[in-house]
Design a protein around this ligand. Structure first.
Ligand SMILES: [Zn+2]
Length: 287
């Protein structure tokens, strides 16, 4: 499943390919994604120019010149493939233009300079919806989202205010989209390890200096992963044209039984289950 850093990497790649360009052609092959693709999707976007592509939590947010807003999510298995005009001239490779590469390719865009962008999603938990600039802030998928965890605005006091009175474990609170938007299981584990905070600790007790440490750790682990994605994205597109999936090395995530990497506790990384999801931790370091 793409986590926030992958989504940000996809955003950067797509922005390079699409910002300032006119949508010349759109094909919608399947509408039954997580939410149905609107019937007028292609008609509303054809001929519009994408002014900007931003990100809110794990949503991609495209703003067009007539104030239409595209709200896209990669779901569990969504991928974006970019084919530049140069790729398309390579004999034998993309000679069939926008024709589908496979059965999971649901939406295809062709933009002004001939670049083709393919959205494929085998599990169809992804989505592409339309709204407009004035309705966007109160959109039902957007309005409840907590602060963005990547920006300078995500500080200890901001996090502490969100955690006040919350009796759930801090690990669960970090996964709550109303507390902070877009942190998945992997980065919740990594940030708690980096901050030395036990995932079992009551969220309400993460205040003051502890909240500052955790907010700093969240921003740092996400920034590191986004940097890794950016550097894996040489010339903005992987050789296959596929954006956004890359291998990270994590400190504790997926490392049950391996020596603790962060302290000289001499113990190994433990795995526990919280709310049905795995948490990886060092029980000595994280209090
Ligand atoms: Zn340790």
């Amino acid at each position: 499943m793409p986590e926030l850093p992958e989504v940000e990497t996809v955003r950067r790649g797509l922005a390079q390919a699409m910002e300032g360009r006119r949508i010349e052609e759109i094909e919608v092959r399947r509408r039954d994604l997580r939410f149905p693709v609107p019937a007028d999707f292609a008609d509303r976007l054809r001929g519009q120019t994408l002014l900007s592509l931003s990100r809110r939590a794990k949503y991609l947010v495209g703003t067009f010149d007539d104030d239409t807003v595209l709200l896209a999510h990669l779901g569990m298995s969504g991928r974006m493939v970019i084919e530049t005009a140069e790729d398309l001239n390579m004999p034998g490779r993309f000679e069939h233009g926008t024709a589908a590469h496979d059965a999971h390719e649901h939406i295809v865009f062709r933009v002004g300079n001939g670049t083709i962008i393919r959205f494929s999603d085998p599990r169809r938990f992804g989505m592409m919806l339309l709204t407009d600039k004035s309705a966007y802030p109160s959109h039902r998928l957007i309005r409840h989202l907590g602060p963005e965890p990547t920006g300078e605005d995500f500080t200890g006091p901001v996090l502490a205010a969100r955690l006040k009175g919350k009796k759930t474990p801090i690990k669960s609170a970090l996964l709550n989209q109303r507390v902070v938007a877009g942190i998945g299981n992997i980065y919740a584990c990594e940030a708690l390890f980096a901050a030395g905070i036990s995932p079992r600790r009551s969220a309400a007790t993460v205040q003051g200096g502890r909240a500052v440490r955790l907010a700093d750790a969240v921003r740092a682990v996400l920034a590191r992963a986004i940097d890794a994605g950016g550097s894996s994205l040489r010339d903005h597109v992987a050789p296959t044209g596929e954006l956004g999936y890359f291998q990270h090395s994590f400190s504790v995530y997926g490392r049950e039984g391996e020596p603790c990497p962060g302290c000289d506790c001499g113990k190994s990384v433990q795995r526990i289950t919280q709310s049905g999801r795995s948490t990886f931790l060092c029980a000595k370091r994280q209090r």
